[in-house]
Design a protein around this ligand. Structure first.
Ligand SMILES: NC(=O)C[C@H](N)C(=O)O
Length: 330
């Protein structure tokens, strides 16, 4: 017998047409009626919030994590229904906040409201339930369009199509179809050293997307106001050092022991920061490469680490340590 708790948060899956466009409005436990019967599985639900995921905040991630922790012993698995727009962020954040969870926590949602014709919601809900009832793994997962992805690797790549999410730089964990899970093999991860599981976040970070012509003055503001900065660089980690030279700005933050994490705007294959002069100079200025992590995971991981430590070297080491399979190389 398995007990599964469905935590609902809103999203398109629970949205209805209003005069202001689609907005979550489905009755609290209405989603439960769209799950099929699975022998030996009992479903319960709890309405956590009713938000378009665009409106979700780090405090909402904490709310969800605390509920899973509070109910962890009572249920065998958790399904969180969620909007797709920021699902990748929530999935990454829960992967860190629930690093010690002993049950599967599965996020799903849909591109078309559950009540609308041609909806993908019914399939996704039932695939999530299939996975919840059959998996032996614990941790945070996204189940969408028949694919199971790690919470730290899930990125939304399509605004409308049903295959909205991809597992970036990591294999899909499983496929779900016709009520069956076909599993890939996930190697175990080294035990976590130097940080203990905790349910807190420091949201005082900023993400900067580089573009040709970006003014350098922004770093003066950032140096005074953030605990860490993420820069989405070009290609393999490159940022301009000619014209509007970003290196002094990066150095300014690093000199103040503010970590500057360098990721890339390119979704796949990660970065090799020392390959080109434009990247090596960034590394030499103190920029910390993020390897093959995605921005969603970097944001959540930084907030989670910063809540425990502000020590520059410790942050750097932990950013480079695989946690919830978030990074393969740096
Ligand atoms: N497909 C969706 O769920 C999109 C919606 N705007 C949300 O993120 O809540």
């Amino acid at each position: 017998m398995k007990d599964v708790l469905v935590l609902t948060t809103g999203g398109t899956i629970a949205s209805q047409t209003t005069e202001n466009g689609l907005a979550p409005g489905l009755a609290d436990d209405a989603l439960l009626t769209y799950f099929g019967e699975v022998p030996g599985v009992t479903l319960s639900s709890e309405a956590v919030m009713s938000k378009d995921s665009t409106n979700m905040q780090p405090e909402d991630w904490l709310d969800l994590a605390r509920r899973v922790k509070a109910y962890e012993d009572e249920y065998d698995a958790f399904i969180i229904t969620h909007g797709t727009d920021t699902m990748g962020y929530t999935a990454a954040a829960l992967s860190y906040l629930l690093i010690d969870v002993k049950k599967p926590v599965i996020l799903t949602g849909s591109q078309v409201p559950v009540e609308a014709q041609g909806t993908d919601a019914v399939r996704n809900l039932n695939d999530a339930l299939t996975y919840a009832s059959q998996t032996e793994l614990h941790g945070v997962f996204v189940v969408f369009d028949g694919r199971v992805m790690l919470g730290t690797r899930t990125v939304k790549t399509k605004t409308k199509s049903y295959d909205a999410f991809e597992s970036i730089n990591y294999p899909y964990l499983a496929k779900v179809s016709s009520g069956k899970v076909r599993l890939a093999i996930i190697p175990p991860e080294e035990p976590l050293v130097g940080i203990t599981p905790h349910l807190t976040l420091d949201t005082n970070i900023f993400v900067l997307k580089a573009f040709p012509g970006m003014p350098v003055e922004i770093f003066d503001y950032l140096a005074e106001n953030v605990h860490a900065l993420v820069i989405e660089s070009f290609g393999n980690g490159g940022l301009p050092f000619q014209g509007r030279n970003l290196l002094p700005g990066i150095k300014k933050l690093v000199d103040r022991q503010i970590p500057v994490i360098i990721t890339t705007q390119i979704l796949e294959e990660g970065q090799e920061i020392n390959l080109y002069e434009v990247g090596k100079q960034v590394a030499d200025a103190g920029g910390i490469t993020a390897g093959d992590m995605n921005t969603e995971a970097i944001v959540a991981k930084l907030m989670w680490i910063l809540a425990e430590t502000r020590d520059f070297e410790t942050i750097k080491r932990l950013m480079h340590t695989p946690i919830a399979h978030d990074v393969d190389f740096v």
